[in-house]
Design a protein around this ligand. Structure first.
Ligand code: HEM
Length: 358
């Protein structure tokens, strides 16, 4: 019996000792691990400040170029100091001022609608149609309008989405929106450039300024104040339309070139080139967006019967006389502007005449 008790006691003591030793090893390991971690951290810290040296990091922060095996421009610069100026110009100045300009333009057209009101025709429409825009012109205009407006919306999403959309949608949805906006903007941008060249080639001649346009401006287009309803003389395009045309061409070229620099960063562009292009791109886009808020207002609400021409290709005789009298006098006697003119019949007649001559 005593032997049995002795045996049990021995087993109990062994178990107790084993348990003690295992937990001792475990706790030793834990403390060794945390010691190692602490050691590792201090080595890293030493390497950062001690090994590289505080002076080294001061130089990096000051934007000085270090050594790298990469031969690309600026690869040795870890922190770009002028990049911070760009960031401030973009985020603290251009972005809020741009938002102000856009909301300001929207407020101005709303005010113009309420205070000045749409420019109505002073005489009733006669029903006689005058050919103004060809099918090609209209296709060009609406392609340009679609491209410009969708680029404007995707671009504004890229700049302002984080303030207006991100806070109100789930993170995943925001991810998709911003990804789609970026991809759309990058691929559609060059198409805008191509359309811009087509617009320039097709409409530059009729958009050259003449003395008639200066007089048109002096009478403020007959739209406001004491000149309201006076209908100053104009050719095919009036001074305002010519101004919007050249605004589009000038800032459109700036947008296209800067956009291509940003779209294809494979021609050794430096960070400075990209930052400058970005600022120029944003500035030009904001100018055009504000300018075209007025153009769209006039086309949609500001001038009675202006939109007809860009939809059907024809305008009413009264509209032509009142807004583009010089052009009306030039084209009113053309066969295509006579009542009952049938373009298809006319083409047939011309075809058979040339066959007879042959
Ligand atoms: C909903 C949007 C738009 C509407 C309703 C609109 C409406 C019009 C109308 C009615 C005309 C013809 C004016 C006339 O016959 O004298 C016109 C001309 C024109 N539009 Fe638009 N437009 C829109 C957007 C745009 C956009 C986004 C652009 C370019 C970015 C643009 C560029 C032009 C140009 C260059 C002309 C020719 C002006 C000229 O030289 O006579 N339009 N638009």
């Amino acid at each position: 019996m005593t032997k049995r008790i002795q045996h049990w006691l021995a087993m109990l003591v062994t178990t107790f000792m084993l348990t003690l030793s295992v937990s001792a090893v475990a706790s030793n390991e834990t403390s060794a691990n945390s010691d190692n971690e602490r050691l590792g951290e201090s080595v890293v810290r030493q390497e950062i400040t001690g090994f590289a040296g505080a002076d080294y990091w001061r130089m990096v922060k000051d934007g000085q170029e270090g050594y790298t095996t990469s031969k690309s421009p600026e690869h040795g610069v870890l922190i770009s100091v002028p990049g911070q100026t760009w960031y401030i110009l973009k985020e603290k100045w251009m972005s809020p001022l741009g938002a102000l300009a856009i909301f300001g333009s929207l407020a101005m057209v709303a005010l113009a609608y309420v205070v000045v009101g749409p420019l109505k025709l002073s005489k009733p429409k006669t029903g006689r149609k005058i050919k103004r825009w060809s099918r090609f012109d209209r296709a060009l205009h609406w392609s340009m309008a679609f491209t410009f407006l969708t680029l404007a919306f995707s671009g504004l999403t890229l700049v302002y989405g984080k303030h207006f959309i991100k806070p109100v949608v789930p993170t995943e949805v925001w991810g998709w929106i911003i990804y789609a906006a970026k991809q759309y903007h990058n691929y559609m941008g060059p198409i805008f450039g191509i359309l811009l060249v087509a617009v320039l080639v097709k409409w530059w001649r009729k958009s050259l300024f003449t003395m008639v346009d200066i007089k048109w401006f002096m009478k403020m287009g007959g739209m406001v104040g004491k000149h309201k309803g006076t209908h100053p003389s104009a050719g095919f395009s009036n001074g305002g339309e010519k101004a919007i045309f050249w605004l589009l061409i000038f800032f459109g070229i700036a947008i296209t070139i800067s956009g291509l620099v940003l779209d294809f960063p494979i021609f050794d562009q430096t960070r400075r080139d990209m930052e400058l292009s970005n600022l120029l791109h944003m500035f030009s886009a904001l100018i055009l967006i504000c300018g075209f808020i007025f153009h769209i207002y006039i086309g949609l609400f500001g001038m009675e019967a202006a939109l007809d021409g860009m939809i059907t290709g024809e305008v009413d005789e009264t509209w032509a006389k009142e807004h583009h009298d010089l052009w009306y006098n030039e084209v009113k006697d053309l066969p295509e502007n006579q009542p009952g003119y049938d373009a298809a019949q006319e083409a047939d007649k011309k075809g058979s005449a040339s066959q007879n001559n042959a």
